[in-house]
Write a protein that binds this ligand. Sequence first.
Ligand code: NAD
Length: 489
Amino acid sequence: MSSPDSPAAVVHGRKVPTGLYIDGGWRSAKTTFTVVDPAEDKPIAKVADATGEHALEALDAAARAQEDWAAWAPRARAELFHSAHRLLMERAEDFATVMTAESGKPLAESRGEFDLSAGFFRWYAEQIGHLHGTYAHGSPGGYRVVATHQPVGPCLLITPWNFPLLMSARKAGAGLAAGCTAVMKSAQETPLTGALFVQTLHDAGFPPGVVNLLHTTASAAISDAVLGDRGLRKISFTGSTGVGSHLLGKAAHNIVNSSMELGGDGPFVVLDDANVDLAVEQAVACKFRNAGQACVAANRIILHEAIADEFTLKFVAKVRELRVGNGFSDGVEVGPIISERQRDRVGELVAAFREQGGAILAGGNQVEGPGYFFEPTVVRMDTRNHALCGEELFAPLAVLYTVGSTREAVEFANDTDYGLAAYVFTRDLNRAVAVAEKLDFGMVGVNRGIMADPAAPFGGVKASGLGREGGHDGIYEFLEPKYLALTID
Ligand code: NAD
């Protein structure tokens, strides 16, 4: 894949570049850091550790490539995207294997993430020829109003570890399709998936500088350097609300265009007329996918009292059946937590729920190693006035609450600083729409617990972020309107 002398590692039989990808080539760095398999607690690769200087070199390469890339004819750019998509598809198993090795998620989930990511990339490819402008007569006459769009310019794209390919393909796909160049920074825990992704873009023929990739143990040094440079025109960040807010503050200094996909506190509301079996099945998927480490995971399962007992019985039975283990083993449904520190945090959360009066209905314990496993856990809370309310759990920990009415369910659902994804289960479409419209969230799943789709605008309101990824909105995040006033004699 990469040239014979560029730094690489072999992970589960797959060759992966381990350098920094800058200006069309792989570079080593003075120091490296170790990538760990969370299912085995074992090192799997050493990757180059980027500094602020590397970041400025990458930004410089992106800035130099910007004008030519923006000038590519839409059809040529779309064809390049289609070639990259074909190459991605050929490498599906490389991606799935490496993702499971570094993030721990079960192989079936990695394959699902691959399919969705490739789908995003293809969807953007299909949109490249459909970016429209408008033409109108000026209000008083005598001139014309021509409005078009142009790429924002070089972007900094920062992604988290929980969906390493999806986040890279979704961000870079939109930005590159729009004609922007990019400096990507992957998460320290999962740099290898991003490396395979940019290697694929390289092999498809993306020109030098159009996309660059850094991984580092010094994230702040990278963002400080790049956000402090006037060559940067946009930051698109996915991660925690705390870091997003910090980066927005930095971006404010140079008035840098910003998109933020941040944390969530998703309410999963099951009303009295819901199909309980469907709600249980979707709640298990929505909560325990990726061992609960998802921004759109059900953070509070809110049950109408009429179905609470039935739901709880069936849900707890299903959770107890979930198979925990190494993501490469057949039949495993829940992999490890991403790191030892995060695994310990899950234990602390469970203890804190117990202290606040929570009843543990399933799980509750760490699984003895190797690896950072925690049992899928269910807690029932009889009060919602407790110290942990409003906290994003990001863990295989389902918390159940009971309410007496639809109105109470909506009030509780909205009682959070976050506004990313919410869910409502009912057999009555009129009620579903009425409730969905009242939920102060960017996305509402109706009788569905999983809803990412390339054509959909993914994103949140309030502390969950600014802007959208996916759909037409996702591409327009990387385009600026440009207005030409044309005098016609
Ligand atoms: P995080 O905020 O700690 O890290 C996210 C990324 O930011 C990583 O690449 C990290 O290295 C980088 N980072 C951290 N500090 C930085 C700095 N000062 N400058 C530049 N980069 C910096 O989040 P995490 O723990 O890796 O991910 C979990 C969080 O991400 C959760 O809150 C989750 O809800 C959120 N998330 C949101 C979405 C969404 O689309 N809304 C999707 C996935 C994850």
